[in-house]
Design a protein around this ligand. Structure first.
Ligand SMILES: Nc1ncnc2c1ncn2[C@@H]1O[C@H](COP(=O)(O)OP(=O)(O)OP(=O)(O)O)[C@@H](O)[C@H]1O
Ligand code: SF4
Ligand SMILES: [Mg+2]
Length: 330
């Protein structure tokens, strides 16, 4: 891919917040608010993959769903090819949404068990009234071949496929309307490790062939490492570190990133990462800690960490971190 293409921003997320108001516990209490996404900003360039990583509940899925308009943003803007999606009229939004798709973690529950695989892939073409029946069938054949499924498998039902094959059907469905951007939300977490590699390879191959742009969500840094150009590490609704894949794995800065990495890569002789144990659970996003959200689990925390929230700053070229201190030796 040419450098100029790589540098074109396709998606821009700016200060995104998604807060969920829950029911009051009593008439006299305030409504509890879940700060699921609490001021997240990033860009994704055309044809590139941004990995969003963090523990369960940190707001990864909510970020992806807000980008696609599947959940309402509380604040902030999302721009696609320079167009602010919050200002787009509904008809234009329908067209834009065809170009933005999602692949979920659990391929079985994403597929209607009463439809054949062929019909499942045909569905989006019918709903959007694309082509005539011959053209639609040709497109379904083409999509089956693209994702490595056989034409005669179009007549089978979801339960007649393996987990990896079902994810291939979901990928074919997501590709049906020729999207430019796909949110891959834990697309391999439900699969055996050997099958995970096949699906990740397929996604990388499709990205190259179709010049796709991915937001790749995972709680697993080992998976993220294989597919992403850039990585953003999320903790309790905010991004605490962002860098290119190589930089993040070579020079992780934030104590949280280093704790995640040392848990995953402690067995790898090639990765130099000081061991930081991640203790305790992620706090409740209804009562987030004051100051730095990570302070209740951070072994470097000082007084200022409970008083001031650190901002995400560019600490070296292209490497962003939200921490009051330099806690690494480099
Ligand atoms: N519709 C909702 N109403 C209330 N709270 C919600 C809603 N959706 C998500 N949340 C809460 O928002 C927070 C972020 O959830 P989200 O699903 O985005 O996390 P995640 O990082 O994708 O986690 P996981 O790795 O488990 O998928 C969680 O505390 C979750 O319980
Ligand atoms: S700001 Fe303080 S608590 Fe937060 S990561 Fe840095 S040292 Fe730890
Ligand atoms: Mg999730």
């Amino acid at each position: 891919m040419s450098e100029s293409k790589k540098k074109q921003t396709l998606l821009k997320v700016d200060k995104l917040k998604v807060h969920f108001e829950l029911k009051r516990e009593s008439w006299f209490s305030d409504k509890p608010v879940v700060h699921a996404v609490d001021g997240v900003s990033f860009d994704i360039n055309l044809g590139q993959t941004l990995g969003l990583v963090g523990e369960s509940g940190c707001g990864k899925t909510t970020t992806g769903r807000a980008i696609l308009g599947l959940v309402k943003s509380t604040e902030g803007t999302i721009s696609f090819e320079g167009t602010n999606l919050g200002l787009v009229p509904p008809k234009k939004m329908l067209q834009l949404r065809q170009r933005m798709q999602i692949i979920f973690q659990d391929p079985y529950s994403a597929l209607n068990p009463r439809q054949t695989a062929g019909d499942l892939v045909l569905d989006p073409l019918l709903v959007h009234n694309i082509g005539n029946s011959k053209e639609r069938q040709e497109r379904v054949d083409e999509l089956f071949s693209l994702v490595g499924l056989q034409k005669n498998q179009q007549l089978l039902y979801p339960h007649q496929f393996s987990g990896g094959q079902r994810q291939r059907i979901c990928i074919a469905r997501a590709l049906a309307l020729k999207p430019d951007f796909i949110v891959c939300d834990e697309p391999v977490s439900a699969l055996d490790v050997a099958i995970q590699a096949q699906i990740l390879n397929l996604l990388c191959k499709l990205q190259d062939e179709l010049n796709l742009t991915f937001l790749f969500i995972s709680h697993d840094l080992a998976v993220i490492q294989h597919v992403c150009d850039e990585i953003a590490v999320m903790y309790l609704g905010v991004i605490v570190e962002k860098a290119s894949r190589l930089e993040l794995f070579d020079n992780p800065r934030h104590p949280y990133t280093r704790a995640l990495l040392s848990a995953v890569l402690s067995g790898s002789p090639d990765i130099k990462v000081d061991r930081i144990r991640l203790e305790g659970d992620i706090p409740n996003p209804i009562n987030k800690p004051t100051g730095c959200r990570f302070r209740t689990r951070c072994s470097f925390a000082k007084e200022i960490c409970s008083e001031m929230e650190p901002v995400l700053e560019e600490k070296s070229v292209g490497h962003w971190e939200a921490c009051h201190f330099q806690t690494t030796s480099n």
